[in-house]
Structures are given as structure tokens and as C-alpha cells.
Design a binder for this molecule. Structure first.
Ligand SMILES: Cc1cc2nc3c(=O)[nH]c(=O)nc-3n(C[C@H](O)[C@H](O)[C@H](O)COP(=O)(O)OP(=O)(O)OC[C@H]3O[C@@H](n4cnc5c(N)ncnc54)[C@H](O)[C@@H]3O)c2cc1C
Length: 264
């Protein structure tokens, strides 16, 4: 059996800079971390591997600049068996469409896969679009907002999915894409020194667009359907007003304020 876990390296700061020309985030040299939703997804994959009888290979897959290797090294220490980094200037500036095209071609290259684990969203773009798009490109079913994967065999998976009303348990045919939602109180497992050392011996590959095939114009900024027209920080909000008088006085003050502001 094989699980592919798609992980993104995201800026570990809110102080991000945007390339004025392309409208995309400048990632080189920015302190970065493994996206928390993906760390949860990887932990679910490792737990499931330890529960099932069949042999399971876990492949960590990421598209990003060369520094994203750090995030994959962490995945190997947490429990992935091998890692692939899709790194090539041709991939730069990709929107979610181009990102999902790149990832789904890489998964095809990796080979027969039973579960594609992804995070529900990335903490920088937050579109939550890539998972469902990868499932669509691969023509496989998708389960989103998954908090637990109870079991898997050669044909089906049973998972717990968060809903507005609570939870549902779903049985679904494999291969399947599962977008994972960290549960409250989820504590990521910190790899110990032995696991970190063992990770250094595990297989790590870097692939470019030539390894995936297709035309360079299908990737990155050229292959993106959406174009960032302008990026800017919202203007700072004016100072708020604090009303902490006795209720009667406070109500009067607020009514006067709303009238003055033409709200009422
Ligand atoms: C502020 C901001 C707004 C943006 N808005 C849009 C937009 O409206 N439309 C648009 O098309 N693009 C948008 N982008 C670009 C988008 O961030 C990139 O395309 C990005 O590669 C994927 O989208 P995401 O970060 O929203 O990922 P999500 O869709 O939120 O990520 C879901 C999951 O997909 C997987 N994944 C995502 N990226 C990668 C990767 N590079 N490598 C491996 N796995 C990955 C991870 O498992 C992740 O948890 C935006 C970027 C920023 C920074």
C-alpha cells in the first residue's frame, strides 16, 4: 500500500514581502515551517501505517524552493519513508490550479497510491483549493475536514469528518484524497535524535518539470488561471472608541455616535 502526503513549507512569520511585479510571496530566505495542517495529516498517515497489517510506504511530496528540503527532512524524521521535492523556477508563482496540476502529475509519477493525504488548508494562501483540485485531476473521490482515519484496506477507507452539526463516519473507495483538519489539542510528535539521524539515510529526490513531462507553460505563473492584479495591505483601521460608562449613559453615548456616523 502507498500513502502520499502533500506538504507545504509556509512562512513562519506575518512579516511577509510580496514581489510587486508577480504579486506572489517572496519565499527565499524567509524563516519557514512545515504547514501545521500537513503535519497533522502526516501524523494521521504514520498512525494508520502502524495500525494496518499490510506494508505501507509513506511518500512526503512538496512543491517549493530548494529550502523546502528542510520541511521534507522533518517529514522523514516524523515517519515518512521517502521524500520528493518538486523544485524548478518553472514552478514558481503557481496559483492553486497550476499547483494541483504539478502535484497530481508527480503523484502519477510516484506510482499506484491508495491515499493522498493533504492538509485542509495552507496557512499562507488559505484557499483550501489544492486538495479538491488534485482529486479532480486524478479522477478520485475526496473527503475533506477529516479529523481521523479509522481503517483502510485494499479497497476502502473509513474516516471521521467534521461537519457543522458534529461528525459523520464515511466509508469510501480507494484511491481517495483526504484533506485533514487538526483536532483541538493536537500535539505534533517531536522526532527524537535517533529518528532525525535515521531520516538522513532515507531516500530524498528532487524533480524538475522535465521529470513530470508536459510543456513548461503548464506550470507556475504561466500555467496559472488566476492572475494577481495587485497585492496590498489593508489600510490601518482608525482608533476605536471605548464606552465603559453606566449602562444608561453608555446606551445614550452609542446612540449619539451611531446618529453622528449616519448609521442610524
Ligand atoms: C494571500 C494569498 C492569497 C492567494 N489567493 C489565491 C487564490 O485566490 N487563487 C489561487 O489560485 N491562488 C491563490 N494564491 C496562491 C496559492 O497560495 C498557491 O497556489 C499555493 O501553492 C496553493 O494554494 P494555498 O496556499 O491556498 O493552498 P491550500 O489549497 O490552502 O492547501 C491545501 C493543501 O494542499 C497541499 N499543498 C498546497 N500547496 C502545496 C505545495 N506547494 N506543495 C505540496 N502540497 C501543497 C497541502 O497539503 C495543503 O495543506 C494565494 C496566495 C497567497 C499567499
Amino acid at each position: 500500500m502507498r500513502f502520499v502526503v502533500c506538504v507545504k513549507q509556509v512562512p513562519d512569520t506575518t512579516e511577509i514581502e510580496v514581489d510587486e511585479e508577480t504579486g506572489t510571496i517572496i519565499r527565499e530566505g524567509v524563516p519557514s515551517v512545515l504547514n501545521a495542517f500537513d503535519e497533522f495529516a502526516l501524523n494521521l498517515a504514520v498512525e494508520l501505517k502502524n495500525e494496518v497489517e499490510e506494508d505501507v510506504e509513506i511518500v512526503a511530496l512538496s512543491m517549493g524552493p530548494p529550502q523546502a528540503k528542510e520541511a521534507l527532512n522533518k517529514c522523514l524524521a516524523i515517519g515518512a519513508d521517502r521524500a520528493v521535492l518538486l523544485t524548478d523556477m518553472v514552478f514558481a508563482g503557481a496559483d492553486t490550479w497550476a499547483t494541483s496540476v504539478t502535484l497530481s502529475r508527480a503523484i502519477k509519477n510516484i506510482g499506484k497510491t491508495d491515499i493522498v493525504f493533504m492538509g485542509q488548508e495552507a496557512s499562507d494562501g488559505n484557499t483550501a483549493q489544492v486538495g479538491p483540485e488534485v482529486a479532480a485531476h486524478m479522477g478520485i473521490p475526496q473527503l475533506t475536514f477529516v479529523t481521523e482515519v479509522e481503517s483502510v484496506n485494499n479497497s476502502h477507507v473509513v474516516a471521521k469528518k467534521e461537519t457543522d452539526e458534529g461528525f459523520v463516519r464515511i466509508k469510501c473507495e480507494t484511491p481517495v484524497m483526504i484533506a485533514c483538519m487538526p483536532t483541538p489539542g493536537f500535539e505534533p510528535r517531536i522526532p527524537n535524535i535517533r529518528e532525525i539521524m535515521k531520516a538522513k539515510k532515507k531516500e530524498y529526490q528532487e524533480w524538475s518539470h522535465e521529470d513530470l513531462g508536459g510543456d513548461p507553460s503548464e506550470y507556475g505563473l504561466d500555467g496559472s488561471e488566476s492572475v494577481v492584479i495587485k497585492t496590498y495591505s489593508p489600510p490601518p483601521k482608525g482608533e476605536g472608541i471605548i464606552v465603559d460608562d453606566e449602562p444608561e449613559v453608555a446606551v445614550k453615548k452609542l446612540m449619539d455616535f451611531f446618529e453622528d456616523e449616519g448609521i442610524l
